[in-house]
Design a protein around this ligand. Structure first.
Ligand code: SAH
Length: 470
């Protein structure tokens, strides 16, 4: 974080603006909006500034810059067109530990003024840390069009009734539900149509209604394979509404960063020494406990919750405990890895079907139907196979799949560390031995896998001859 964002209360506080032209005018106008006591210092002043001074809105100090001007000031804005003067002011301000903004000069500034969308009391501020003000202005324009002007009135109404809302909705969840209703419901509608009295009546009537006990629920959300861009809109919404998030090890930090800031995030991955059933029991208990306390629980899983994700067991448990639930599908690793490796899973003429196979403990406890897996014209997607790839390839070949069948190994699929290695079953052991394959990785086997040679587009591609190409 290059700059720390904050909103300052300048009411009745002295702010010095050095400069007397149009730029100074603009800065002073917004300082006055915030109730600051503005002093402007310069050898000459624009007519507008003189007028403001005559109206008693600002004080003028006429003359060249003097160090004493800084004495009273909480903040300083240097808006002269002389860089040497600006630099001098900046140096003195720094020594006096006053925050200074030199207009259009981030190097000399210790604070920046953001681009703002003003729906007072609601304020949205955007900053590029001084690096690209144009970008910040663009974003501001977009935001302007997104948020109706009535939002300010809505925020003011919420502020007016805040104490009553707190008193009549003492429970945090009920309060949150009330605010959701306020933002999405008829009150906002009435304000948009310029009916402030109706809006207030609606708010008061709703507040008087006795709220029912909050009802919790669990939303089982597939987070996809890693790239946050692959979340569905519903998944994003669930993350924004969650009180508690129970997440697996495979869920990327970038995705968790999209959740509501004050949601409690709990890692429920398998802990060392714990077996899978114990982990699962722990998760079941946590889900039910939090939902029964009226919280909105998101159970966040890598990929899709129903593909090798034990999502089904979790729903069975919730159903048997009468906890309401919803399911948001996610993009499963096989689909995502294939897409990001340029491998069309059922490319015409190459494959008529695709199979999702778990290789988890396949070697110790082999229940796979190798004869059918060895059939031609199908694509195989092996999950959880990193430690057994050599063996998987051997089983396929010994049950009749050609040793020249192409494979592609997608490591860290869709993440910025993605690597795709490919070849044929004949050289798979060699590729695995040479490349220190990390988890998570997906093994795709079938004619379509060779298409990555020509269709790859993302991350690093290591072709059959071993030369890495970006
Ligand atoms: N429910 C998940 C799968 C869980 S099993 C889903 O639908 O994707 C975990 C296995 O998924 C890993 O061992 C790996 O084989 C695969 N996997 C998950 N994320 C992956 C990724 N980003 N890249 C490659 N493989 C991944």
């Amino acid at each position: 974080m290059a700059l720390f964002p904050l909103f300052a209360d300048l009411k009745g506080k002295s702010v010095l603006v050095v400069g007397g032209g149009a730029v100074a005018e603009r800065k002073i106008a917004s300082l006055l909006n915030a109730g600051a006591l503005v002093r402007a210092g310069a050898p000459e002043f624009s007519d507008t500034l003189r007028q403001w001074a005559a109206q008693g809105r600002i004080a003028l100090i006429e003359g060249g810059f003097q160090p004493e001007w800084l004495d009273e000031a909480w903040l300083i804005i240097a808006a002269t067109d002389d860089r040497a003067v600006n630099r001098h002011i900046a140096t003195l301000a720094e020594q006096a530990r006053r925050f200074i903004n030199v207009v259009d000069d981030p190097e000399l500034s210790s604070f920046q003024m953001p681009s703002i969308v003003d729906r007072s009391p609601l304020m949205i501020a955007v900053s590029s840390s001084g690096s690209a003000p144009v970008l910040a202005r663009r974003i501001r324009e977009r935001l302007e069009s997104l948020f109706d002007h009535s939002l300010g009135a809505l925020a003011a109404l919420a502020e007016k009734h805040r104490a009553a809302i707190k008193r009549l909705r003492p429970n945090l969840n009920q309060r949150r539900q009330f605010y959701d209703w306020l933002l999405d419901g008829p009150v906002a509608g009435a304000l948009r149509t310029q009916q402030p009295q109706l809006a207030e009546q609606l708010l008061e009537a709703e507040l008087e209604r006795r709220p029912g006990a909050p009802v919790g629920k669990v939303t089982l959300v597939g987070a996809g394979p890693g790239d946050p861009g692959l979340l569905t809109l519903k998944a994003l919404r669930a993350l924004n509404e969650a009180d508690v998030i129970l997440y697996d090890r495979l869920v990327s930090g970038e995705i968790r960063a999209l959740a509501r800031r004050d949601a409690t995030q709990i890692s429920v991955g398998k802990t060392p020494g714990e077996d899978h059933d114990a982990t699962q029991k722990r998760i079941h208990t946590l889900m039910v406990e939090h939902a029964r306390a009226g919280q909105r629980v998101v159970r966040l899983k890598g990929g899709d919750a129903f593909i090798f994700g034990r999502g089904g067991e979790e729903l069975e448990f919730l159903r048997s405990h009468d906890v309401p639930y919803e399911v948001v599908p996610g993009i499963t690793a096989a689909i995502a890895c294939a897409a990001y490796a340029g491998i069309p899973l059922t490319h015409r003429g190459f494959a008529q079907s695709v199979r999702f196979i778990t290789a988890h403990s396949a070697k110790e406890n082999d229940a796979l139907d190798w004869h059918s897996l060895a059939d031609e014209k199908q694509t195989l997607a092996f999950y959880m196979g990193v430690s057994q790839m050599h063996w998987l390839a051997g089983q396929l070949v010994s049950h009749g799949r050609s040793i020249d069948t192409p494979f592609a190994l997608v490591e860290n699929g869709t993440r910025d560390t993605q690597r795709v290695l490919n070849g044929t079953l004949r050289n798979l052991p060699d590729v695995v031995a040479k490349n220190n394959i990390q988890t998570p990785s997906m093994l795709l086997v079938g004619e379509v896998a060779a298409l990555t040679n020509t269709l790859h587009w993302f991350g690093t591609h290591v072709p059959p001859d071993g030369s890495a190409a970006p």
